[in-house]
Design a protein around this ligand. Structure first.
Ligand SMILES: Cc1cc2nc3c(=O)[nH]c(=O)nc-3n(C[C@H](O)[C@H](O)[C@H](O)COP(=O)(O)OP(=O)(O)OC[C@H]3O[C@@H](n4cnc5c(N)ncnc54)[C@H](O)[C@@H]3O)c2cc1C
Length: 338
C-alpha cells in the first residue's frame, strides 16, 4: 500500500555536485537532511511524496507531536531543512549509481529523476521507507490506516474496547494478537490458513481470545461504508469494527538497484542491510528509517536519519581533509613528505 500525501512546492534542482542527495523525504530523510544542512553541507532531498503513514489522520506515540497530522510534521520538516539552505525536490528517483570519482579521488554518484533531470552527489542517504503488502482479501485495502490497522502503538488507543479481529498472516500474528488483546477484551483471531499451535490456542483461550479457522473471504461494510465485519468461506459474517493485520513489510527499492545495496530477509519482511549509523557495504551510501529498520516508527526513523546525517558529515570531513593534504602535496611535493 502506498498513498500520496498533499502535494507541496518543489525547489529548483541544484547545479553541479552537492555534498549529499537524500532519496526520500519522510521523517528519516528530512531529519538526515536537517543535520547535513545545519553542518553547512549542500544537501538535496528528492521525494516522491508518498510517505507510509499518509493514510493516517494523525501520528501517535511521538513525544510532543502526538496527534499531529503526518503531512503537517513533514511540512514543518521541509521548512526547517530549507531554513538552513537544504533543497527539497518533489520528484521520483528513477536511477542512482556510482560515477567516476573526482580528480582527488572522492566518491561521486549520479542520481537521475523520472523526468530525466540528474544531479551529482558526493554521498547518498537512502530513506525511501517501505510498502505494506496486505493479504489479498477484498475490501481490506480500502480501510487501511483507519479501521484496518497494523500497529498497536500508532492507532491502538484509538480502537480500544472495539470488537477487533486479527487477520493472521503468519507466526508474527500470534504476538500481534497479544498486543491487541491488551487494548480490547473482544478479540477474535482468524487463522486464515496459517498454523496456530496447540500451546498458542491454550494461551489465547486463557486470555479470552476466540479463534476462527474458517478462511476469511471479504471485509463487509455497513450502509455508511464503515467496516462492519468479515465474511467467512461458509458465508457467516463475523461482526468486527476493526481488523488488525501484520502486513508484509517491503523496503522501497525501485530505482535504487544501480547502487548495489544488499538486502536482507527479516521475520516481518525485507529491508536494506545496514550497520552502525545506517552505513552500508557500499562506500558512500547510507540507509535510514523504514527502508532498513522495518519496525521503526516516526521517532525512530527520524533518529536514524540524524545518526546517518551525522555520520555522512563526519566522513565528508575526513574526505575534505584528505583532499586538502593532497592539494598541498601536489603544490609542494617536498612539504608533503616532511
Ligand atoms: C497507516 C499507518 C499509520 C502509522 N501511524 C504511525 C503513528 O501513529 N506513529 C508512528 O510513530 N508511526 C506510524 N506509522 C509508521 C510511520 O509511517 C513510519 O515509521 C515512517 O513513515 C517511516 O519514515 P521513513 O522516513 O523511513 O519513510 P516514509 O515516511 O515512508 O518516507 C519515505 C519517502 O520516500 C519517498 N520515496 C520512496 N521511493 C522513492 C524514490 N524512488 N524517489 C524519491 N522518493 C522516494 C516516499 O514517497 C516517501 O515520501 C504508521 C504507518 C502506517 C502504515
Amino acid at each position: 500500500m502506498t498513498a500520496t500525501a498533499p502535494a507541496y512546492e518543489s525547489d529548483v534542482l541544484a547545479e553541479g555536485t552537492v555534498d549529499a542527495v537524500v532519496i526520500g523525504g519522510g521523517a528519516a530523510g528530512l531529519n538526515g537532511a536537517l543535520i547535513l544542512a545545519r553542518s553547512r553541507r549542500s544537501v538535496v532531498v528528492i521525494d516522491s511524496g508518498s510517505p507510509r503513514n499518509a493514510p493516517a489522520e494523525a501520528v501517535h506515540g511521538l513525544l510532543a507531536l502526538d496527534g499531529t497530522p503526518p503531512s503537517e510534521i513533514l511540512r514543518r520538516g521541509r521548512e526547517q531543512v530549507r531554513q538552513y539552505g537544504g533543497r527539497v525536490i518533489h520528484g521520483e528517483v528513477a536511477s542512482a549509481e556510482s560515477a567516476a570519482p573526482s580528480a582527488d579521488g572522492d566518491l561521486r554518484f549520479t542520481v537521475t529523476l523520472a523526468d530525466g533531470r540528474h544531479i551529482t552527489a558526493r554521498r547518498i542517504l537512502v530513506a525511501t521507507g517501505l510498502k505494506d503488502v496486505l493479504p489479498q482479501v477484498p475490501g481490506l485495502a480500502e480501510h487501511w490506516g483507519d479501521s484496518v490497522v497494523h500497529c498497536p502503538y500508532c492507532h491502538g488507543w484509538e480502537v480500544r474496547d472495539e470488537p477487533i479481529g486479527v487477520l493472521a498472516t503468519g507466526p508474527v500474528s500470534i504476538e500481534h494478537a497479544y498486543l491487541f488483546r491488551q487494548l480490547t477484551e473482544d478479540l477474535t483471531y482468524f487463522t486464515h490458513g496459517t498454523d496456530l499451535d496447540e500451546d498458542s490456542r491454550a494461551r489465547f483461550a486463557a486470555r479470552g481470545i476466540r479463534v476462527i479457522d474458517t478462511p476469511v473471504t471479504e471485509v463487509v461494510n455497513d450502509a455508511d461504508g464503515a467496516l462492519a465485519g468479515v465474511r467467512l468461506a461458509d458465508g457467516q459474517v463475523v461482526a468486527r469494527r476493526v481488523v488488525a493485520v501484520a502486513a508484509q513489510l517491503q523496503a522501497r527499492t525501485k530505482g535504487l538497484e544501480g547502487l548495489g545495496l544488499p538486502v536482507q530477509d527479516l521475520p516481518k519482511g525485507r529491508g536494506f542491510a545496514s550497520g552502525t549509523a545506517g552505513a552500508t557495504e557500499v562506500p558512500g551510501v547510507w540507509v535510514a528509517g523504514n527502508a532498513t529498520d522495518l519496525v521503526a516508527q516516526v521517532g525512530a526513523s527520524a533518529a536514524a536519519g540524524v545518526l546517518a546525517g551525522a555520520d555522512i558529515n563526519r566522513m565528508l570531513t575526513i574526505a575534505d581533509t584528505d583532499a586538502a593534504l593532497q592539494e598541498i602535496a601536489e603544490a609542494s611535493p617536498t612539504a608533503a613528505t616532511r
